[in-house]
Ligand binder design. Structure first.
Ligand SMILES: *[C@@H]1O[C@H](CO)[C@@H](O)[C@H](O)[C@H]1NC(C)=O
Ligand SMILES: *[C@@H]1O[C@H](CO)[C@@H](O)[C@H](O)[C@H]1NC(C)=O
Length: 463
């Protein structure tokens, strides 16, 4: 407000009447008058042909136009992505913490295939294509790093950006059993397997007389509890993702198609330099009665919510944000507004409880109660949330059966929703179905949850 007022004060003298330019125009005016009228008529006529249909078209922006419109506000937030990746030192520290935990658990080594865990401990990307030939990362209780790899793949594997202090390569030839080779070349008798290791590997190891045990909760929580550096990355990508949704909300119009919005979202991520985005679910009106959608090809009607569930990755860490929004010129019934507010209150109830030592199932129940009290209990069909990090869905899971306690530094989503199909809506004397969900990833602290997105939704118009 104050900036605008002072700008006005500066500009006013420039607009004062009687300037020389204006004066000379007035002189020429009478001479031109006869010519001007036909020109105006012609211009108006051409304008009617060209501009009016153009204006109609532009009320529904194309993907390119939507992207351009959203980028105008989003570009100011790209700096949110200026966050340092995980350092070599932090990787090495993770390995030594794991070793100590293995020693304590009485296990010789931890084994992972290329996965979020290999990515976490040694920067071995989870996007390495798994094949029937095992390539295993091994960290043992003495802190030693090794990997078991097919002989003919050694050069390719060595070129990965792995992080280790010293390494041993255990190679197996095509005519050998990789597990027998591991048994022969190591002293491991009992190993802990990462949760994503395939069954063929577990059974192969057992056949070679190496005992296997599943990942313990203690070792699992080494990865679910985030360091300062990880929290910075998660905050950066989650805040940016929310800004992307906000920038879209400013530009979405009634009549737009789902694919226009989805494509624009992918292009915006790409333009910001973080890939094309992991997913972009865009659902209109009753399509959102399926929490993850399924149907495509709809255009946005007046009075329909737009549910956007979207995520991307920065330095391999994910974002996961959902907003249920309205374009500025659209209105929903007071009943639907009330539903939106109920979901918001359910999210609030859980944010407060997302604190150290609170039980996952208790947090889930607190948000569920808010929705059940309004009579929609059966329509909150999924768990409250999940851990977020190197995996888009990881431990801990916030559901009614998980009695794990939350730990400081864990990042979990808080995403209550109400989903009513059109068929169900008719039984409730409503015309049409709907789906409303709000989702932010939350950092667990001793005092309660902190939103990684910076701020929660305020209304369907202020996501
Ligand atoms: C981890 O891997 C990425 C991608 O390959 C690479 O850019 C980065 O430098 C690696 N980090 C370290 C600490 O080596
Ligand atoms: C959480 O529980 C542990 C074990 O009961 C206790 O030592 C710790 O002080 C508790 N932390 C907080 C913040 O309540």
């Amino acid at each position: 407000m104050s900036t605008n007022a002072s700008e006005k004060n500066v500009r006013q003298p420039l607009l004062a009447p009687g300037s020389t330019a204006k004066h000379s125009l007035r002189v020429k005016n009478s001479a031109l008058r006869l010519l001007v009228l036909p020109i105006i008529v012609t211009v108006f006529w051409i304008g009617t042909i060209l501009i009016v249909p153009g204006a109609l078209r532009s009320s529904v922006l194309s993907t390119g136009e939507l992207e351009k419109c959203a980028w105008k506000t989003l570009r100011d937030h790209v700096t949110l992505l200026d966050v340092a990746p995980i350092t070599r030192q932090e990787f090495l520290q993770r390995q030594s913490i794991l070793s100590a935990a293995l020693e304590k658990a009485g296990v010789d080594a931890f084994i992972a295939e290329p996965s979020a865990s290999s990515s976490y401990y040694a920067n071995i990307s989870s996007s390495y294509d798994l094949s029937e030939r095992p390539f295993l990362m091994i960290i043992d209780k003495e802190g030693h790093f090794s990997y078991l790899a097919p002989k003919f793949e050694l050069r390719r594997i060595a070129s990965l950006d792995m992080v280790f202090e010293k390494k041993t390569v255990i190679e197996w030839g095509e005519e050998e059993s990789p597990y027998a080779v591991l048994r022969r070349d190591s002293s491991y008798k009992k190993v802990m397997l990462d949760e994503h290791v395939r069954f063929m590997i577990a059974s192969g190891l057992q056949e070679a007389e190496i005992e296997v045990v599943p990942t313990s909760q203690t070792i699992q929580s080494l990865r679910s509890v985030k360091s300062e550096a990880e929290l910075k990355i998660l905050r950066g990508i989650n805040q940016f993702t929310l800004e992307l949704v906000r920038s879209l909300q400013k530009c979405i119009r009634i009549g737009m198609s789902q694919s226009t919005i989805t494509s624009a979202a992918h292009t915006l991520f790409t333009r910001a330099g973080v890939g094309r985005g992991f997913w972009a679910i865009v659902l209109f009106g009753d399509q959102a009665a399926n929490p993850h959608g399924g149907s495509l090809g709809k255009t946005l009607g007046d009075g329909e919510f737009v549910l956007i569930d979207i995520g991307s990755k920065l330095h391999n860490y994910g974002s996961d944000v959902t907003r249920t929004i309205l374009p500025s010129k659209s209105k929903v019934s007071s009943e639907l507004t009330e539903i939106w507010n109920t979901v918001y209150s359910a999210q609030s109830a859980a944010v407060e409880l997302m604190r150290v030592n609170e039980t996952c199932s208790v947090v889930d129940a607190a948000s569920r109660k808010v929705i059940a009290d309004k009579g929609f209990g059966e329509f909150f069909t999924h768990r409250l949330g999940h851990g977020l990090g190197l995996e888009m869905h990881e431990h801990p899971y916030l559901n009614g059966a998980n009695d794990e306690k939350l730990k400081a530094g864990q990042v979990v989503t808080n995403e209550p929703g109400i989903y009513v199909t059109t068929e169900q809506a008719r039984k409730l004397n409503k015309e049409v179905g709907f789906g409303v969900r709000l989702e932010d990833a939350i950092i667990v602290t001793a005092e309660g949850g902190i939103v990684t997105t910076g701020s929660r939704a305020k209304s369907p118009y202020e996501p």
